[in-house]
Every structure is written in structure tokens, then in C-alpha cells.
Design a protein around this ligand. Structure first.
Ligand SMILES: [Mn+2]
Length: 343
């Protein structure tokens, strides 16, 4: 569903002309779209004469550090005092690439306490009605795409430059898996065409994000594919699971498992993939699918989660083994939906 608040452009433009304490917040464990959309917006607001600050709930992988403006991002988990001071003084807080404040972890309580105007730019399905202004479209490829639409709505395309284009491109490219999913809309490619006019080096951006595995991550991937993959052909489903001990064996660092959940979908006949990772207090699960199999519904119904149709996540408080047993026991219930998508 697409939703834009009434008079969005006029009112937001007016707000931007009378405020200068602007904060951009994105979700925990930020990915390329979270950072790309936040920094695209950040660089745009800078050019508009504002003094914006991007705050992330926690750290993110080094392969995203190249984006223009990255060095000015404040990481709440490392610099709580500065982050809280800035949030306390904020007049506008942008929520970018998330729709529920639970997605910003420990930042949530400070953001909720703030009296600032809240503006959401997001492409997740569930709707947040507690914000002042909304630019939301769950069929957009990425938050970065919607940040570009934000520039269009504000009639400020002339402010877009190479730096901004790089950030927006990175977000769109990564959230579509290099244009392999969530990218069937002509609009996505129209925007990419606009971005390429700024002579950004597309191949270099792809390489910066994808050709950046540490050798530990590379070996962990090999281990997952060879030793930890279980295929359930009758349910067109495949899973990968990793225990804490296994993570330690590969010197696991945050982000080392990024993208692993997508690999099983490359197997012929597989339409549903789940990736289980053992955390200190629970088991975190990522889901991916092909076609119309709704992973967000599956996550919501069974694993306290949610997200997009083809990409979502959840968690379980059962033991690691019990979580996987539970997952496998649920598959028969979804067999018809899974069968429908197998081609
Ligand atoms: Mn996104």
C-alpha cells in the first residue's frame, strides 16, 4: 500500500524552512539500504542548508563505511551521551527504513520521549500511525527509492549530486539483491537511470558491497552450505542453522551472516528458506521466499516477527534444537501455499 500524508510536500518543506535540529534514525543492525537511505537524506538536507545528524542504534559492517557522510554518523551503542543529547534537542526526527520503533532497540525510549515532529520514509508493510508525516509504500524497492521520491515531492531534484546518488543507488541495489527481487516496477529503474546520470561508478559500488567478505565470513558460508544445509524437498523448503559455538569457531563478527539466508533459494524447487542463528537469549530467524509465499505472515503467525512478503524475520525463546523442530513441524500446515509456488 502506498500512503502519503495530505499536503506532505508543502508542510514538510515549510517545517524544514523553520527548523534546523534534524535527526535521522534508522533500524538496528543497519544494512546498505538503512545507511544508504539515511545518508542520501543526510547529504540532501545538508545541501538544503540544514544541519542533520544520522543516529544508528548500533554498529554496522565495514563494507558500508565508504558512503559519503559516514564519518559523521553517531552510533548510539558507542556514544550514548551524544546521541541522547541530540535526540533531546531534535525538532524533527526522520524514521528511515523502519516502521515500528521496536526496530530501533534501546533508542526507542529516547525517540518516543521526544516532542519532535516525526516523519517516516519507509517501505515496510505495517503502518505506523503515531508519526506526524508519512511517506510509505510497501511496493517500493527500498527506503532509498522513497528518499529519492522525497526529493521529487519536495521539488528539489536539482539538489541531488553524485554523493547523494551513490547513497541512494547503494540502498536500491542492495535491497533488491542487485535487481533480482523487489524490482519489477519501472519506477525503480527510472530512478536508477536518473542516478546513473550523475556518473556514479555502479560497478565499484556493487563491488564495495558484495566483494568484501572477510576470509572468516567466506569460510563460514562454505561451512553453512556444505555442512549446515537441510533440504525438505516435499515442502520446497531449505534451512541453515548456526549455533553460538559454530559462530565462535569462525570468529563471527556482526554482519558475517548477511545474505546467507538467500542462498538456499538458488536450489531448484526451493521457494522458502530459513536461517537460524543462536543468540545469547533467543534464536534469531530470517526468512526468504520466492513468489507469493508470505514469509511475513509465517513469521507473524509463528515466530513473533514480520517484515516483507519475501523477506522477513522472527525470533524464538525455545532452545535452539526445539526452535528448529518447531519450524519443521509447522511446514505441513503450509504445504499447499508452498506447493503453489514451486515451478
Ligand atoms: Mn530497506
Amino acid at each position: 500500500m502506498k500512503y502519503i500524508s495530505d499536503n506532505f510536500a508543502e508542510e514538510v518543506n515549510k517545517l524544514l524552512s523553520i527548523t534546523n535540529k534534524i535527526v535521522i534514525v534508522t533500524h538496528a543492525n543497519p544494512d546498505a539500504d538503512a545507511i544508504g537511505s539515511s545518508l542520501g537524506l543526510y547529504n540532501f538536507l545538508l545541501k538544503k542548508g540544514q544541519n542533520p545528524v544520522v543516529i544508528t542504534p548500533n554498529s554496522y559492517p565495514e563494507f558500508l563505511w565508504w558512503m559519503p557522510g559516514n564519518k559523521n554518523i553517531i552510533n548510539f551503542s558507542e556514544d550514548k551521551k551524544t546521541a541522547v543529547e541530540i535526540i533531546d534537542k531534535a525538532q524533527i526526527i526522520f524514521y528511515v527504513d523502519f516502521n515500528e520503533t521496536t526496530r530501533i532497540d534501546k533508542l526507542e525510549k529516547y525517540v518516543n520521549k521526544s516532542n519532535s515532529i516525526k516523519i517516516i520514509i519507509d517501505h515496510h508493510p505495517l503502518f505506523n500511525d503515531k508519526v506526524d508525516y508519512t511517506l510509505s509504500n510497501d511496493s517500493a524497492s527500498s527506503a532509498a527509492e522513497l528518499v529519492f521520491e522525497f526529493f521529487v515531492l519536495l521539488n528539489n531534484l536539482s539538489l541531488v549530486d553524485e554523493e547523494i546518488a551513490k547513497c541512494i543507488f547503494a540502498g536500491i541495489m542492495a535491497d533488491t539483491g542487485c535487481f533480482s527481487y523487489n524490482s519489477s516496477s519501472p519506477r525503480t529503474f527510472e530512478i536508477v537511470a536518473e542516478l546513473l546520470k550523475f556518473k556514479i561508478n555502479k560497478d565499484e559500488i556493487v563491488s564495495k558491497i558484495y566483494d568484501n567478505f572477510s576470509s572468516d565470513k567466506f569460510r563460514l558460508l562454505g561451512y553453512c552450505l556444505n555442512d549446515k544445509l537441510t533440504v525438505y524437498p516435499e515442502y520446497h523448503t531449505a534451512i541453515i542453522s548456526l549455533t553460538k559455538k559454530e559462530l565462535e569457531n569462525f570468529n563471527f563478527k556482526q554482519g558475517d551472516d548477511d545474505g546467507f539466508v538467500n542462498y538456499p533459494l538458488s536450489i531448484k524447487g526451493i521457494v522458502f528458506s530459513a536461517f537460524f542463528i543462536e543468540k545469547d537469549k533467543n534464536v534469531k530467524i530470517s526468512f526468504r521466499s520466492k513468489g507469493s509465499f508470505a514469509t511475513n505472515k509465517f513469521a507473524r503467525e509463528n515466530f513473533n516477527g514480520g517484515g516483507h512478503l519475501n523477506a522477513s524475520g522472527g525470533k524464538s525463546n525455545l532452545s535452539f534444537e526445539k526452535t528448529i523442530e518447531n519450524f519443521v513441524s509447522l511446514l505441513p500446515k503450509y504445504k499447499n501455499e508452498l506447493d503453489e509456488n514451486e515451478k
